[in-house]
Design a protein around this ligand. Structure first.
Ligand SMILES: Cc1ncc(COP(=O)(O)O)c(C=O)c1O
Length: 609
């Protein structure tokens, strides 16, 4: 896995050149170079980099593939898209989405009151706002205010109760009435770990009986002309295209039936999100079995076919793809703080004047190991280790001898792995797994990769540099939280190999890719580790600019955000120090100054010692 599956997951966004990962765009900066220039300003924790050009690329592909499919199929409806805010509400992501989407009239989707307020303030007038999720009277009224303010707003009802409230609000106030959408409950379910958004037992949507009831309610309130959309969403990260096709047939027929029942302003089918992202970095397991081309042409072709068969007007197509639009734009970069088996470094050997004979033999094996003899010498070393452990248990060798033996054998195995790296034996592969290196990363999995913690969703990971040499250490990653779940263990089915780095001599950085969807808002402040420092990277033809720095919350800020009072915390810290004994006034003042600096920084580690 020398290229870490870059050809599988990166969609040509990144390339490897001169041993480093580079952006495959314009001046092609290396991620290491960007990271080092940020760290030059005394930034030590994890960093999140945003690349708005990758959002632009995704929006452009979405629109162009659908436009192409519309042309090829002679489809009469239009293509429209909105970005679901739940996927990433962070200001610099939303800013990139709305600015890059302007020329397409790209809108926003909201699933809560807060998201609706955000959508109302960020959607360009004329672009669509769709409102999903459960709604109370207040949220429905907000939808009316959005329409009144000039937004092309569709309130999608999740149940008949919501429709009754819409009718009441429409009759009670003079505000412009928004478009009304109906979320339909399909038989079809999606595929993948988020599939339960669809199906008859799904949390959302109206059954056929309820849809008929909704039409009656709208007709009798004289509001049927506001019914403009039917909507479904069969689950995020759809791994298989077949369930979508089934859902389209179902939804297409419901649309046609409703139009035939007199819903003449019903012009739109919203197919929700679900367009998957490739997260896998091993060729035997892929996240999805279709391309964007197949996805778009299937949607357009199927809807056209159903409408033509029923002689019904082709609907405009809406999508709410979120993951597909923003996953690739964010990369989390974490410094490696420690490699735990570096406790076995040769410099820690401490021989005696007279060493036990088996240790002397291990010294010779270690010295003389070569490509020709390495398997034989390795077997001898493993055998000696067994004997030395027995000798230790029986009290014939001491702890220093045992430590020397462990270091020597560890090094012999490592050398054998390197010597046979191009053609490892099964035995060596097993040893490699046993000898796993634990890489301590300066990050919190709970904060930055919550879907790994909660759902074991894999995210592509690779070092930013050293990519000219083969990584040989079977790696598991430990984060700095005090929680044993904060670990990405070595998985022999999908192995991760990293480099053997002497961190006393150089830094080693890992990049986690495709983390721009869902991870940031789902991330939790476990152990009070907060969202990392983030930067937007604008890449030009000649160079790149680092803009929009957002600093991670300081220790005092995070404590304040959960209800502590800054003055109380600071006051108590100062008081305890001032009344303490045995240090001079100057030492107290210096310590106080240090303490004040510490609490104004974020809680990520700055060094490991
Ligand atoms: C109604 C609705 N639309 C769109 C989306 C976005 O889905 P995705 O990120 O898979 O595109 C979701 C996510 O669950 C959703 O519930």
């Amino acid at each position: 896995m020398k290229n870490f599956g870059l050809d599988i997951w990166s969609n040509k966004n990144f390339i490897i050149e001169n041993g480093e990962v580079k952006l495959n765009y314009k001046s092609m900066p290396s991620l290491l170079n960007i990271t080092e220039s940020i760290r030059a300003n005394n930034i030590k924790g994890p960093i999140l980099l945003r690349f708005p050009h990758l959002i632009k690329k995704q929006i452009r592909s979405l629109y162009s593939y659908f436009d192409k499919a519309i042309k090829i199929n002679n489809y009469k409806g239009s293509f429209n898209a909105v970005f679901p805010l739940k996927v990433n509400q962070f200001p610099h992501t939303v800013e990139a989405v709305t600015s890059q989407g302007k020329k397409y009239n790209y809108g926003l989707e909201a699933g809560s009151k807060a998201e609706l307020i955000l959508a109302m303030s960020k959607t360009p007038i004329g672009a669509n706002i769709t409102v999903n999720g459960f709604k109370d009277r207040e949220m429905i009224t907000l939808g009316f205010i959005a329409a009144q303010s000039g937004h092309n707003t569709t309130l999608t009802i999740e149940g008949l109760g919501e429709l009754e409230t819409i009718i009441e609000v429409a009759h009670e106030c003079n505000l412009k009435i928004p478009n009304i959408g109906i979320r339909i409950r399909l038989h079809s379910t999606g595929s993948g770990i988020w599939a339960k958004s669809g199906g008859m037992d799904a949390k959302f949507g109206l059954t056929s009986t309820e849809i008929i009831e909704a039409i009656k309610l709208l007709r009798s309130a004289d509001l049927l002309q506001y019914l403009s959309m039917i909507h479904f969403h069969i689950g995020s990260q759809m791994s298989d295209i077949a369930p979508l096709k089934k859902a389209l047939r179902e939804a297409g027929n419901i649309y046609a039936e409703l139009r035939m029942m007199g819903a003449y302003e019903l012009n739109n089918i919203n197919i929700g999100g679900g367009l998957a992202v490739e997260y896998d970095q091993h060729s035997h397991s892929k996240s999805r079995n279709y391309s964007l081309e197949e996805f778009s042409s299937s949607v357009v072709f199927l809807l056209g076919e159903i409408m033509d068969a029923k002689d019904v007007k082709h609907p405009n197509i809406f999508t709410e793809s979120g993951r597909f639009i923003v996953a690739s734009h964010a990369v989390l970069i974490t410094p490696v703080l420690e490699l735990f088996t570096q406790d076995y470094q040769e410099k820690l050997l401490n021989f005696k004047d007279i060493n036990p004979p088996l240790i002397k033999e291990l010294i010779e094996l270690n010295k003389l190991l070569s490509n020709q003899n390495c398997i034989e010498y390795l077997h001898d070393a493993l055998d000696h280790m067994e004997s030395l452990l027995t000798l230790f248990d029986l009290g014939y060798i001491d702890l220093q001898d045992r430590s020397n033996a462990e270091i020597l054998v560890h090094n012999i195995i490592k050398k054998a792995l390197y010597l046979k790296s191009s053609n490892p034996t099964d035995e060596l592969e097993q040893l490699q797994i046993k000898l796993q290196e634990r890489y301590l990363i300066n990050a919190s999995i709970f904060q930055s990769l919550p879907d790994y913690w909660g759902l074991k969703q894999h995210f592509p990971v690779m070092p930013l540099h050293h990519l000219n040499s083969t990584p040989l250490r079977a790696a598991s990653l430990w984060d700095i939280t005090c929680d044993s779940d904060g670990e990405i263990g070595f998985n022999p089915e999908k192995p991760l190999y990293l480099h053997d780095i002497n961190l006393d001599e150089e830094d080693y950085f890992l990049g986690f890719f495709n983390v721009g969807a869902y991870q940031e808002t789902l991330g939790m402040d476990h152990n009070l580790f907060t969202h990392p420092n983030e930067y937007t990277i604008k890449i030009n033809d000649e160079a790149y600019e680092i803009i929009n720095e957002v600093e991670s919350k300081s220790i005092l800020n995070i404590l304040e955000s959960i209800g502590y009072k800054r003055e109380d915390i600071l006051g108590k810290l100062k008081h305890n120090l001032i009344i303490s004994d045995f240090i001079t006034e100057k030492e107290k003042n210096d310590t106080l100054a240090k303490l004040e600096t510490f609490v104004e920084q974020n809680g990520y580690l700055r060094t490991t010692n």
